[in-house]
Design a protein around this ligand. Structure first.
Ligand SMILES: [Zn+2]
Length: 214
């Protein structure tokens, strides 16, 4: 439901209701600014609660109508005789960590082996970006991407490597700015067949050399 700026709809004000509550996120940002001892009337901060709400709507875009979107993205398949690996990456996506709500930047490599049908090539990054854009543990994200693709597309197998740079690790706590966290999810033939697993990892290595100009 749309609301006029400054007069939030009744629906938006109901705590616990599923969906995005712009006025509540903005109110939270307002409290945080005050909690930091800052002046809400500072010209640089006056519109910040509204901007924070807008930014978090985008960071968490994958939360809203996720199931319908998955069907829209992966539901349409095309017949194909290709029965070897389809590989893509790096696919860049952004989410937030559920423990600090700080952005996580991810770079993924994804492969699958079709069985008579393929999805449009642009659908793979769209699907990964959508599932990433939530407060989600990286470990759960990799599993979910692999499982959802298996469920919707029914390929012979899926291989996925997610490399992530966590804002909460880079800029606070341990302050490890160059550390990336890798999670891998293998399904079907990629899980069972060592040769397939190696083929995926070789493709990742080749793509990285290529990206680094090597
Ligand atoms: Zn965190």
């Amino acid at each position: 439901m749309k609301s006029v700026e400054g007069s939030p709809s009744k629906e938006e004000e109901t705590p616990g209701r599923k969906g995005f509550h712009k006025s509540q996120v903005a109110a939270g940002a307002r409290l945080m600014i005050q909690g930091l001892g800052l002046d809400l009337n500072d010209p640089n901060l006056i519109d910040t609660p509204r901007r924070v709400a807008k930014a978090y709507r985008e960071f968490c875009a994958g939360l809203y109508n996720a199931d319908g979107s998955l069907e829209a993205i992966l539901g349409r398949k095309f017949p194909s005789n290709h029965d070897e690996m389809v590989f893509s990456g790096p696919i860049h996506s952004v989410g937030v960590c559920p423990h600090h709500l700080v952005p996580v930047e991810m770079s993924s490599f994804f492969a699958y082996i079709p069985t008579g049908q393929v999805v449009g090539l642009s659908k793979i990054p769209r699907f990964i970006k959508m599932l990433s854009a939530r407060p989600v543990l990286q470990e759960d994200l990799a599993k979910e991407i692999a499982d959802k693709f298996m469920e919707y597309v029914k390929p012979l197998g899926v291989a996925l490597l997610v490399e992530a740079r966590h804002g909460c690790m880079a800029h606070r706590g341990v302050h490890e700015q160059d550390t990336t966290v890798d999670t891998v999810a293998m399904r079907g033939v990629f899980r069972e067949d060592v040769g397939m697993k190696e083929e995926f990892h070789h493709s990742v290595a080749r793509r990285k050399r290529h990206s680094n100009g090597g």
